[in-house]
Ligand binder design. Sequence first.
Ligand code: DAT
Ligand code: MG
Length: 149
Amino acid sequence: MERTFIAIKPDGVQRGLVGEIIGRFEKKGFTLVGLKALSVSRELAEQHYGVHKDKPFFAGLVDFITSGPVVAMVWEGDGVIASARKLIGATNPLNAEPGTIRGDFGANIGRNIIHGSDAPETAQTEIALWFTDAELVSWQPTIMPWIHE
Ligand code: DAT
Ligand code: MG
């Protein structure tokens, strides 16, 4: 079953959006298999955003993600990686459709509330970077026959 890495960034946590965001993933029908709140070290931030290390916004991005609490999650479900990106919306919240998390709650690209893995390979790498195997729980929601045929 497909899994993706989702992180609520310090702005989302500070603004009290944790419950709202978790609720959206739950109501969609995805399964929560990992969840923790943490302060992100610079080392973890630089590894997580390594693909952007040559971009002009990299330093600000690392400063921001290390500036407050982050809620890290792993969600499971058929097609969850691409679907989560749709629930999240465009990178720039000003371009994100209403109904998406960034479209409903964001107003600035540097404060876009949430991260979601963009492909199967990055999902796998990011889950391994943020969680140990022991921190992930494999389970089958009993409601699954009403979510998935
Ligand atoms: P996404 O988070 O939608 O996958 P990304 O991987 O291209 O977007 O960029 C990672 C983060 O970096 C993004 O969530 C916000 C920040 N960012 C991206 N482009 C930016 C820009 N042009 N100016 C400032 N911050 C930017
Ligand atoms: Mg990205």
